[in-house]
Ligand binder design. Structure first.
Ligand code: AMP
Length: 403
């Protein structure tokens, strides 16, 4: 797949709208805990600044409910951008309102304006054409560098592209890098290929799991999603996270894995706790012996050993989703052990997803990974072989591809 290149645009001195993914994790004080997504966008922003462009940046942050909410303001991102770019960042008070439009109109070459959180407007997630059109008024050129949301047909990702022809839109450097990397991973993985899949829900990753099955040799399940599978196998999972409506799907996935010869691993022990809290009473139990009303919040030591064994011969590892509630120290051990093991392995190691990227950074092994993707959902959809809605409009038409 060839993308419309940023370097082919005649940008000099023009106003450019760059859709970034500044959806960064923050602590309870509003401090950014992992600014990888911001740093990853700098190449594209700097390129446009070097071209003397007037740069308008836009992003979402979290899930506000379509109206202004201080908690989700992009101001902390503006401050971090200021530190990283060493230049003033103008911050708009709103998204497409009077203040944003006024500041955009006054923008000079080499200046940067950051719009407020796109999701303060319902039109963003609804892919409202009117809202998309208003966004398009912010730039003579459109650049998408927001890999993390490119699997969503949102106004700033998909709708807006209809207002630009192929000479006026392109993929940013980050988007291009991610797409190329996953393209190679899907088409030519070095085997054995293992996927470690964790996180809270099966629902968000069901399709991905299904589609990964024909591509991988092993799947190792962790996190809250493991309990839906364990319950389906007849285990008493106590009060652990479960999606009862997906039990049949879980069964189907396990059967399909068997048919395809994919080794399917589930936790054999867990850290069970009396309640969902850092100070909860907890103990290591086998998956067969989770007490009633207790919940499994991390994989146990036997599972860590098992997974280490299973990973010892693989050449490619894709990891998406933590093994436990890694935000609480008590339940971070499984994720941390797996992170160290993945980092030390000689395999090609690919980490996808905000949580997993945050986790490997907390553990301090982020530099050891081959590739850390800025998009969890997006990378899974790419691995499924899907063409992402935000990427499709940025593909060079087939007849123009030079072979
Ligand atoms: P996801 O967004 O689906 O990738 O899930 C990430 C979240 O899953 C993290 O915030 C973890 O705290 C949470 N998580 C992982 N394991 C468990 C578990 N056993 N029970 C509840 N939540 C979990």
């Amino acid at each position: 797949m060839e993308l419309l290149h940023l370097k082919n645009l005649d940008l000099a001195g023009k106003q450019v709208f760059i859709r970034c993914d500044f959806n960064v994790p923050m602590d309870e004080f509003g401090n950014i805990t992992d600014d990888r997504r911001i740093r990853s966008a700098l190449a594209t922003i700097n390129y446009c600044l070097d071209e003397d462009c007037k740069v308008v940046l836009a992003s979402h942050l979290g899930r506000p409910k379509g109206e202004f909410d201080e908690k989700y303001s992009l101001r902390p991102v503006a401050r971090r951008l200021h530190q990283l770019l060493h230049r003033e960042i103008k911050m708009a008070e709103d998204v497409i309102g009077e203040d944003a439009r006024k500041k955009a109109a006054e923008l000079k070459e080499g200046e940067v304006l950051l719009l407020e959180n796109l999701r303060f407007k319902v039109g963003e997630t609804k892919n409202d054409p009117e809202f998309a059109k208003k966004l398009a008024e912010f730039g003579e050129f459109y650049v998408n560098d927001a890999f993390g949301v490119s699997h969503r047909a949102h106004a700033s990702v998909e709708g807006i592209t209809h207002y630009y022809d192929n000479e006026h839109k392109a993929a940013g450097f980050l988007l291009e890098k991610e797409i190329n990397f996953f393209g190679k991973l899907v088409n030519h993985p070095v085997r054995p290929f293992a996927a470690i899949v964790g996180g809270s829900k099966v629902s968000g990753k069901l399709e991905a799991l299904e589609n990964l099955l024909p591509k991988v040799d092993k799947i190792l399940i962790g996190g809250g999603m493991a309990f839906t599978f364990l319950k389906q196998l007849g285990y008493n999972i106590g009060a652990s996270l479960v999606e009862d409506d997906l039990l049949e799907e879980a069964q189907r996935i396990m059967e399909r894995a068997k048919k395809l010869g994919v080794k399917f691993y589930l936790p054999m022990d867990v850290i069970a706790a009396e309640k969902f809290a850092e100070d909860a009473v907890s103990k290591i139990v086998t998956s067969q012996e989770i007490p009633d009303n207790w919940m499994g919040l991390d994989i146990g030591p036997a599972t860590v050993r098992l997974y280490r064994e299973a990973l010892s011969d693989v050449q490619t590892i894709l990891w998406n989703g933590p093994m436990g509630v890694y935000e609480m120290e008590r339940f971070a051990r499984g994720s941390s052990k797996i992170a160290h093991f993945v980092a030390d392995s000689y395999a090609t190691t690919v980490v996808g997803g905000g949580d997993t990227a945050d986790l490997v950074q907390r553990v301090g092994v982020d530099d050891e990974m081959t590739f850390i993707s800025t998009g969890g959902g997006a990378s899974l959809e790419l691995l499924e072989g899907k063409v992402l809605p935000g990427v499709k409009p940025l593909m060079v038409p087939k007849e123009d591809v030079t072979l």
